[in-house]
Design a protein around this ligand. Structure first.
Ligand code: BES
Ligand code: ZN
Ligand code: ZN
Length: 465
């Protein structure tokens, strides 16, 4: 499916956005009314004779436009038309592109007979191409990068394991002009990343640390480190997950996938910021050599960690990667992305990314980027009482809280122990456990990986002064 910006309409189908008011003035009002269309948000009505696809909206807000475009594109793909045209302007073109590209996304590579759509061309008619061209191109780059992230998240653990994850990063680096360094287990041992290594010990795949670098041609305005949890499978380890909770745990690499998607977006947008991506790619399995509850791990920073639950493995990988990243890069911002806790979903619902950190200003700025980019994010507050719950009787810190509440925050506070004093206000932790994956469509998300984080952080990086 190709999307082109055009001056005027030339297609089989014209897509029209209608609210209750504009519906009443529509030429086809009677016909639409007879078909039962009353312009409810996300309702669509196909008038095949006149070549109109009427799309109901509550308002002209980007959220409503993006949402209905996601429904419209599915309807169009299921029809037998070759082309369709949407009217756009500078204010809504980003939402329309997101609705079409993200709402129309399908992941079919494991289907032996995928359905083929006849829809080949989408035209966005805008009157004056020059006025919207750059917004259009940026929106396409970010939406495509989001789909790239979704593709990796959706890939099964047999195909996407730590070594193949590293290969994929190398491929991205090559095509997008990024520097790429991969650390295997030998190098990780040299780096004393024993916490990360312990998590991957029972896997038949070697753990990998991926480091990608994007440097702009011009002088960088800021330096940013992005750190991703890349658990290519989380069985829970010896603290084994129950069967039903294990299904979907291929998505536990979504933080790492988001980080790669952001690297793809910013290198194609050619932003003038320097960005480093660090992904800890590990598989958490069981076996005779698995790490155990009761083990004490010595992390790269020297902090000792009592393992009380091998299913709280993401933080054990991230603490070493965060420490490594702080040694390698003196960053102005340091963001980590992780499907870290089921508790984050309990706290915020499954649609919202949990944002944690010390700087209110920085949290506020990323929440603004989330809204502007069509993602949902909310903050979860740290406090010293929750911090105490990570105390261990035998080591410096326990990998789980001693109490059952506030699990998303205590996980964030665990990571906080590995953030150096000078970086406290530069760091934010994004828990994407709920937002990274969905089993039913919502907004412009479809079954599977959503690409959470890519649009939000691309927007944040676009707006860096
Ligand atoms: N990967 C999971 C968190 C998760 C759960 C992500 C559901 C997406 C959907 C993580 O490694 C985990 O298992 N966390 C435990 C922590 C607990 C043992 C303290 C959890 O959330 O139950
Ligand atoms: Zn786990
Ligand atoms: Zn996990």
């Amino acid at each position: 499916m190709k999307i082109d910006l055009v001056n005027d309409i030339k297609s089989d189908i014209k897509v029209e956005f209608l609210d209750v008011k504009s519906l009443k003035k529509h030429k086809q009002y009677k016909t639409l009314q007879r078909a039962g269309f009353s312009a409810d948000q996300d309702s669509v009505c196909f008038l095949h004779e006149t070549g109109i696809l009427a799309c109901g909206i509550e308002s002209n807000s980007n959220d409503d436009i993006r949402s209905v475009c996601s429904v419209a594109i599915k309807t169009l793909k299921a029809s037998s038309n070759n082309s369709a045209c949407f009217n756009v302007d500078k204010t809504n073109i980003q939402a329309v592109v997101e609705g079409i590209v993200l709402g129309g996304y399908e992941y079919n590579i494991y289907k032996s007979k995928p359905k083929k759509s006849k829809l080949k061309n989408i035209y966005l008619a805008c009157g004056n191409i020059a006025k919207v061209q750059s917004t259009f191109e940026e929106a396409i780059i970010i939406a495509d990068a989001t789909c790239f992230t979704r593709d990796i998240v959706n890939t099964i653990p047999e195909d996407l394991n730590p070594p193949t994850f590293a290969d994929l990063a190398k491929k991205l680096a090559k095509s997008n002009g990024l520097a790429c360094e991969i650390l295997g287990e030998k190098e990780l041992r040299k780096e004393k990343m024993e916490s990360m290594l312990a998590v991957g010990r029972a896997s038949r795949h070697d753990s990998k640390l991926i480091h990608l670098t994007y440097k702009p041609k011009q002088k960088a305005k800021k330096v940013i480190s992005l750190i991703g949890k890349g658990l290519t499978y989380d069985s829970g380890g010896l603290s084994l997950k129950p069967g039903t909770s294990m299904v979907t745990m291929k998505m536990d690499k979504a933080g790492g996938c988001a980080v790669l998607g952001i690297m793809k977006a910013i290198s194609e947008l050619k932003l003038d910021v320097e960005v480093h991506a660090f992904v800890g790619a590990v598989e958490n399995m069981i076996g005779g050599d698995a790490y155990k509850p009761d083990d004490v791990l010595v992390s790269r920073s020297g902090t000792t960690i009592e393992v009380r639950n091998t299913d709280a493995e993401g933080r054990l990988v991230l603490c070493d990667v965060l420490d490594y990243a702080q040694d390698k890069v003196k960053a102005d911002y340091m963001f980590d992305f992780a499907t870290l806790t089921g508790a984050c979903m309990v706290a915020l619902g499954q649609y919202t990314t949990g944002v944690m950190g010390h700087s209110s200003k920085l949290k506020h700025e990323v929440l603004r980027s989330a809204t502007a980019s069509g993602e949902l994010a909310g903050t979860l507050p740290f406090n010293r009482h929750l911090k105490k719950l990570l105390k261990s009787g035998i080591a410096d810190v326990s990998n789980i809280s001693s109490k059952p509440y506030g699990g998303a925050i205590t996980a964030g506070l665990f990571l906080d122990r590995f953030i150096r004093e000078e970086n406290k206000d530069k760091w934010l932790h994004f828990d994407i456990a709920g937002s990274a994956y969905t089993d039913s469509p919502w907004d412009c998300n479809v079954y599977g990986g959503t690409g959470a984080g890519v649009r939000m952080i691309s927007n944040f990086l676009q707006n860096i002064k």
